[in-house]
Design a protein around this ligand. Structure first.
Ligand code: ADP
Length: 556
């Protein structure tokens, strides 16, 4: 039954209304397109229809069909094979459309007599084509075109919305991936300084999970233990930040983590402003600058240690040299001899200091040079060190205590004898230096089937437990009133551990503060060789030196 014009208009209005509702609801784009297609087919008194979308670079694909058996939809592909991509509705035509339809009808056995095709545009973007088919021969009028155009417009809006939505989701995914994979901590703040989000790196830096931090105030999560910059974020905002001159704000200092520990950080705050200049967000990047801080401290320590350690011998050498120039001093041969001995000793000390500094810097660069690799008898080296130090201190008793095998032998190991002597020399010199009241200094040697273990023990000031690992760090010295006047650079044990590790060995300390310390060096009887093979000037394998885990202890 034919519809009256009024009925027809009402029906069209109802359809457009329900399509408009579908557009604003979160229906997926295929469902909305089908609804539009169904309405268009009905309003144009057709029997079936198709919507084909055009994706940039890809051929047209059918996204919605109505009144057609799904299995036959692919047969309509010729309709969209050479659709021109145009910029205006008026330019749109599909060549031989009726012929193509006739062929499809023949192929599929469907009753398809008339077709109308209308392009879908959003502004100048050509998104696709809407087809309506009739099984009767009444051709489409100009009015039909007009009606169809309103449906095509809606379909175009639906597709455009879906594309925008998808682009927004992709963009958000990209942003999430960027935020979460960043090694720097990132925090997005609202204008009231509450936290909108916080990435994984910042969660682990602060100890606040993203969920726990969300909604909290910036100052609850970023707590300054000590601030090096003279302004905080809140203070800057109170003073009118951001300004045209200073868009970003940098704040540095020590941040207190949730667990109470402290970490050095630098935070850059950058405002995200809307078109009207109003603040939308503040993006904060938080960087752990502990390493820079440590490097700074190390540099300062280096300068103060080196200048202090250089000054003393230079002053002594200069003083004696000046005295020796005086004629009256030359008249006393014993005094001359004593002064020359001191000058030689101080010059040796300077040379040792320079050697240690060079070794430390080579180690930093990745390798220590070594000289000859031989079978080394550590008992022999230990005896030589004891002989060297015995005359230097009357207060100390130096004892050699090597557990030899029944034939009176002690196993040799493969290594660099000079470097190994440097190790024992340093341990014995420390044992004497850090037992200012004197006592026994014992070098013990014993062999296990796999290792040779040398220990140097003293009855001196000892080392507090918390310092026992750190004394092997560069420039690290323990603060102890009893040994404050003892000179040193804090490089000896650092080099000792590096040399021992380069031989494939381990070293560690045992100490009861106030009662003395025992340093152990364990060197492999076989495997050390592996590391030390090669050219005489090869560097020590860097990985061995870089190992930072503390060496394992062995029972004595
Ligand atoms: P240095 O002796 O030049 O300071 P080392 O690296 O040899 O440097 O030693 C680092 C620190 O370890 C020393 O400053 C000292 O505080 C501590 N130390 C080393 N050996 C002993 C020891 N035998 N007894 C007590 N403290 C020691």
């Amino acid at each position: 039954m034919a519809l009256s014009f009024l009925d027809y208009r009402i029906r069209q209005r109802d359809y457009l209304l329900s399509i408009a509702q579908a557009l604003v609801s979160r229906l997926n784009v295929r469902a909305v397109l089908r609804l539009i297609l169904q309405a268009a087919v009905d309003m144009l008194q057709g029997q079936s229809g198709l919507i084909a979308l055009h994706n940039e670079g890809a051929p047209f694909a059918f996204w919605a069909s109505y009144g057609l058996p799904p299995a036959l939809v692919d047969a309509f592909q010729p309709l969209v094979e050479d659709v021109p991509v145009v910029e205006k509705v008026e330019d749109f035509t599909i060549p031989d459309l009726s012929d193509k339809l006739a062929r499809i009808a023949e192929e599929t056995g469907l009753l398809l007599r008339q077709v109308v095709a209308l392009p879908m545009f959003v502004e100048q973007d050509f998104l696709g084509v809407l087809f309506i088919f009739r099984s009767h021969s009444l051709s489409f009028s100009q009015d039909d075109y007009q009606i169809l155009k309103s449906f095509a417009d809606y379909a175009a809006i639906a597709v455009n919305n879906a594309q925008l939505y998808e682009a927004a989701i992709t963009e958000r995914g990209r942003l999430d991936a960027l935020l979460e994979s960043s090694a720097d901590g990132i925090m997005v703040l609202r204008p009231d300084l509450s936290i909108e989000r916080l990435n994984r790196a910042l969660a682990s830096l602060t100890g606040w999970s993203a969920q726990e931090a969300a909604g909290r105030q910036h100052d609850e999560v970023i707590v300054w233990a000590r601030q090096s910059s003279d302004i905080t974020l809140s203070q800057a905002i109170a003073q009118g930040w951001p300004t045209r001159e200073s868009r970003t704000l940098y704040v540095e200092g020590e941040m207190r983590r949730r667990n109470g520990s402290v970490v050095s950080v630098g935070i850059t705050y950058a405002p995200l402003l809307g078109r009207n200049g109003r603040m939308i967000n503040i993006i904060s990047t938080v960087r752990d600058i502990t390493r820079f801080r440590e490097a700074d401290v190390l540099k300062d320590t280096f300068i103060s240690v080196v200048s202090h350690e250089l000054k003393t011998p230079v002053a002594i050498i200069k003083g004696y040299a000046e005295t020796l120039r005086r004629p009256e001093a030359r008249r006393n041969p014993a005094l001359v001899e004593e002064m020359l001995t001191s000058i030689t000793e101080e010059a040796d000390r300077l040379a040792r200091l320079v050697d240690d500094l060079l070794d430390a810097s080579r180690l930093q660069a990745g390798g220590l040079p070594f000289r000859d690799i031989e079978d080394v008898d550590l008992r022999f080296i230990a005896r030589r060190v004891i002989e060297r130090y015995t005359p230097q201190s009357a207060r100390h008793t130096l004892i050699l205590d090597f557990a030899e095998d029944p034939s009176g032998e002690f196993p040799t190991i493969r290594g660099d004898p000079q470097r190994l002597e440097q190790v024992l020399d340093n341990l014995v010199s420390n044992a004497i230096k850090y037992s200012p009241r004197g006592g026994e200094v014992r070098i013990k040697g014993k062999a296990t089937p796999v290792e040779v273990i040398i220990s140097v023990s003293d009855q001196g000031v000892g080392i507090p437990l918390e310092d026992q690992e750190r004394i092997f760090d560069r420039f690290y010295r323990v603060e102890n009133p009893e040994t404050r006047a003892v000179s040193g650079t804090g490089l000896g044990l650092y080099l000792t551990r590096a040399i021992v590790r380069a031989h494939g060995g381990r070293c560690w300390v045992d100490s009861i503060p106030g009662q003395g310390a025992t340093f152990y060096v364990a060197l492999p009887r076989e495997t050390g060789l592996v590391l030390w093979q090669g050219e005489a000037t090869s560097p020590i394998v860097p990985e061995m030196i870089q190992q930072s885990s503390s060496d394992q202890r062995l029972p004595d």
